[in-house]
Design a protein around this ligand. Sequence first.
Ligand SMILES: Nc1ncnc2c1ncn2[C@@H]1O[C@H](COP(=O)(O)OP(=O)(O)OP(=O)(O)O)[C@@H](O)[C@H]1O
Ligand SMILES: [Mg+2]
Length: 132
Amino acid sequence: MSAELHSHIRSEIDASRTVLESTLYSRKAGFDETPSRMIATAVSELVRNILKYAGTGEIRLRQVKKMGSRGIEIEATDHGPGIVDCEAAMRDHYSSGGTLGLGLPGVKRMMDEFSLQSTPGEGTRVIARKWI
Ligand SMILES: Nc1ncnc2c1ncn2[C@@H]1O[C@H](COP(=O)(O)OP(=O)(O)OP(=O)(O)O)[C@@H](O)[C@H]1O
Ligand SMILES: [Mg+2]
């Protein structure tokens, strides 16, 4: 299986479908149940942020290889308002939206590699990888 999973996120239905598809994609890529759930939970946090802060965006899942290891890369992109202070956004319990503020730091903990790039006024891109 090499095709990537590409989802446009515009509604709660897109969000739920994408989370479900992420679990199936991870299982097919060779991840066990627990890491597949972690990947789906990471996707869930990223789609929630897209809906809540940007309105719409995209999720892509693809299989990646590095020095003999196989894994999955999640890419979440949007053209929303962006994040002024990425360091603050990565802190536990920082939330501009009045919720727990555990989404992004949680994604970082659940995955093996994590990067957040954001430009205010242009949008946000998160890339996270997990290895089998
Ligand atoms: N896609 C995004 N576009 C703009 N700002 C974002 C985006 N994702 C996250 N942020 C900013 O980063 C902050 C931290 O995100 P995080 O997901 O950790 O917490 P939260 O969404 O506020 O709360 P929780 O995820 O626990 O419900 C958000 O409060 C918001 O200010
Ligand atoms: Mg969040």
